[in-house]
Design a protein around this ligand. Structure first.
Ligand code: BTN
Length: 327
């Protein structure tokens, strides 16, 4: 049985491949190839052209993820700490996948990447739109000896790592909206979803999910995103090597994660340089009410400092969501 994956790999070059050529290559009939082509269109939302006398061609070539290419780009230190690099064509969610594994039995530094997520998870129960071979969907399992309570600012520190990787691509004007929305000119470029489990006194197992918009297809998929968004190729106006970018993100994440707890202070200072809310008037959305406040920056534990009716209040992520007021 020929897999859809195997056929996509051949078609990824964006050139025409005839049904006869594909059939011979995989040792199946042309009719079997035609069936697989239909399935590819349905399951991966890819557009394929079928032209008589020429064969099948993808609408545009695909830069597929490749574990060897990613590993080759990694620093030697990261390679030592990488316990596994798993690449999936299709998954429900890389975060859910890692959470379903028994976190105590898999080693820290376990990385899962996917070409497509059927039900990508965003923060606060939202969906993360995850079309095939377009963006980066990555999750890492990392184990800390510390207690979960000592890692309250971890999601902010992860944002620092992702911003470092984006800046290295040449993206300016990238900032963070507390706690970890990564924005470019107020449009969402990347998101982070952290899920932590652990004993009261440690250790803590954390699944760190990172989604980065690289080349969102300009079709109905993108219409499902419920906020202003942008992708790297639009910002830079050029093609991006997703394998090199994945490696960079993994490297920058591991650099930050291995530096915790020792370097938390300097990492928090770096976060403060990226703070897009400080000094801004904001709406603070609690479960049952909305208040108006001024954002004053953050505390060392990652909580947000707000000035409301002359009094300072602190908010923790998960309790509230923040909207910048139009000036
Ligand atoms: C957000 O809402 O800002 C967080 C988005 C996080 C998306 C990433 S994509 C990889 C990982 N797997 C998921 O299902 N979600 C995270």
């Amino acid at each position: 049985m020929v897999s859809e994956q195997a056929v996509i790999k051949v078609l990824a070059d964006g050139k025409y491949h005839s049904g006869t050529e594909l059939g011979e290559h995989f040792g199946v009939s042309r009719a079997a190839i035609a069936k697989i082509i239909d399935k590819i269109e349905q399951n991966y939302n890819l557009t394929l052209f079928a032209v008589k006398g020429k064969g099948y061609r993808l609408q545009y070539p695909l830069d597929l993820l490749d574990a060897d290419k990613i590993t080759n780009h990694l620093s030697s230190q990261t390679r030592l700490e990488l316990s596994n690099l798993e690449l999936h064509f299709d998954i429900d969610s890389t975060n859910r996948y890692l959470n379903q594994k028994n976190n105590n039995t898999i080693s820290s530094g376990y990385v899962v990447l996917a070409e497509q997520q059927k039900s990508g998870q965003g923060r606060r129960g939202r969906t993360w739109v995850s079309p095939f071979a377009a963006n980066i969907y990555l999750s890492v399992l990392w184990r800390f000896q510390s207690a979960p309570a000592e890692l309250g600012n971890l999601s902010l520190l992860v944002a620092v790592a992702v911003v470092r990787a984006l800046k290295q691509q040449g993206i300016e004007d990238v900032g963070v909206k507390w706690p970890n929305d990564i924005l470019w000119q107020n449009k969402k470029l990347a998101g982070i979803l952290l899920e932590m489990r652990g004993e009261m006194s440690g250790p803590s197992n954390v699944v760190i999910g990172v989604g980065i918009n690289v080349a969102m297809p300009g079709d109905k998929v993108a219409n499902d995103i419920d906020q202003p968004w942008i992708d790297i190729e639009t910002i830079l106006n050029k093609k991006v090597d997703r394998n090199a970018l994945c490696a960079r993100v993994i490297d920058d994440l591991f650099t930050v994660l291995r530096a915790i707890p020792g370097k938390q202070e300097s990492l928090m200072r770096e976060w403060q340089q990226l703070d897009m809310l400080k000094g801004q008037q904001v709406d603070v959305l609690f479960a049952d009410r909305v208040i108006e406040a001024k954002a004053l920056g953050i505390n060392q534990d990652g909580s947000l400092r707000l000035l409301h009716k002359g009094k300072e209040i602190d908010c923790h992520s998960g309790e509230v969501s923040i909207r910048r007021r139009e000036q």
